[in-house]
Design a protein around this ligand. Structure first.
Ligand code: SAH
Length: 355
């Protein structure tokens, strides 16, 4: 008989209700057990089968032996003294670590999740990509970031942003599975409208996501208004031309009716001139969209310099004068290693790991 390892056992927290029912039937159990287990996994956020007290001991043992229950272990939590933002480092079963962030805004509480351990997109200003992609995260590992944080804070999660480490559309199937579970009223119960997925611009996957229409908001990491500048900042821009990326975003808007959010990290001397503001305005003119300006968060391994807050306001005014709706992202948790992937990176290097 083939030896069953953790990797070959079904990852029970990643299963849909229908798949869970099928699994229970294949174990010779009654179908209604699936509903009870699903509730333990997604509503009560159980971390072990022993908690599932309305199941028999025999069934709990069977589940323990025949499935794999993913749960994340908190290894570090940093709380910002400035705004209550919390950064979490979680350990996965294979001892890899990922980071997630809790932010409190007046419009609700948000969790920012990672979609991959590491990233292979290579954006020049981003700390998450410095060591490449280590591995994809499963749907259960994405769900668990939300579930653990909600258990830790004891507060309701209103919004989810898939803007942590990783490129979500480079992990398409697991991300979609995550979206289905987190929006299922019987599971995560988060409204689709309150979920934002951020991508560096993988054109075929943006189109696929548009066709499948999960109703989430798309944020596109633009960061430049011409191909040449974009290629200096983002290697993926060599694969997909700006006009094709923007056409895919237009298509997303047509199919879903969701306004696109364009992210533009201001890098001093690279993409922040008045000329760039004009080019950006021309590029987005007439589109139903929103620009999110982010003064680049300097990463010590990279040479990029940021712009001042007052300059970011000037850049915003230049866009608004041309009728382009723009805001400056409020910097959250500035005192606790704000930028993507920085906390994970410093943890890994202090632990002496090569990753
Ligand atoms: N891979 C996805 C999501 C990850 S990062 C994407 O590319 O969109 C979320 C956003 O933060 C992206 O717009 C990314 O370009 C930006 N970002 C990453 N590192 C940054 C830094 N050091 N300063 C400012 N923005 C950064």
């Amino acid at each position: 008989m083939k030896e069953m390892t953790k990797d070959t056992l079904p990852d029970i927290r990643s299963l849909s209700m229908a798949e869970l029912e099928e699994l229970l039937l294949s174990m010779g159990e009654k179908k209604f057990r699936a509903k009870q287990i699903y509730e333990w996994l997604h509503v009560k956020k159980a971390v072990s089968f022993s908690e599932m007290t309305n199941l028999s001991n025999a069934l709990r043992r069977k589940l323990q032996e025949q499935t794999h229950l993913v749960s994340l272990k908190k290894v570090e939590e940093l709380v910002s003294a400035l705004d209550g933002t919390r950064k979490y480092l979680f350990e996965l079963d294979d001892h890899n670590v990922i980071e997630s962030v809790w932010m409190e805004y007046h419009h609700g509480n948000s969790v920012c999740i990672s979609s991959q351990a590491g990233c292979r997109m290579g954006c020049r200003f981003c700390a998450s990509t410095l060591n490449g992609l280590e591995r994809q995260l499963s749907a259960s590992e994405m769900l668990e970031q939300v579930y653990r944080i909600s258990a830790e804070t004891g507060k309701r999660v209103d919004n989810i942003v898939i803007m942590g480490s990783g490129e979500p559309l480079d992990n398409y199937d697991n991300v979609v599975r995550f979206l289905q579970l987190i929006t299922d009223p019987a599971a995560g119960g988060i409204s689709r409208r309150n979920i934002t997925l951020s991508t560096c611009g993988l054109v075929p996957q943006i189109r696929k996501l548009a066709d499948e229409n999960y109703g989430v908001t798309l944020a596109l990491s633009l960061h430049a208004a011409d191909d040449n500048t974009r290629q200096q900042l983002m290697p993926i821009a060599k694969k997909y031309a700006l006009k094709d990326v923007l056409a895919a975003c237009d298509y997303y808007f047509e199919k879903t009716g969701r306004r696109i959010s364009y992210e533009y990290s201001l890098v001093k001397g690279v993409n922040d001139s008045a000329g760039e503001a004009e080019k950006l305005s021309a590029l987005l003119k007439g589109k139903n969209c929103h620009v999110n300006l982010i003064p680049v968060n300097p990463v010590k391994e990279r040479e990029f310099e940021t712009v001042t807050r007052s300059y970011a306001v000037q850049f915003q005014n230049m866009l608004e004068k041309n009728g382009i709706n723009a805001t400056i992202r409020r910097e959250m948790g500035r005192d606790i290693q704000g930028a993507c992937g920085q906390l994970r990176r410093s943890y890994k290097s202090s632990a002496g790991s090569s990753g």
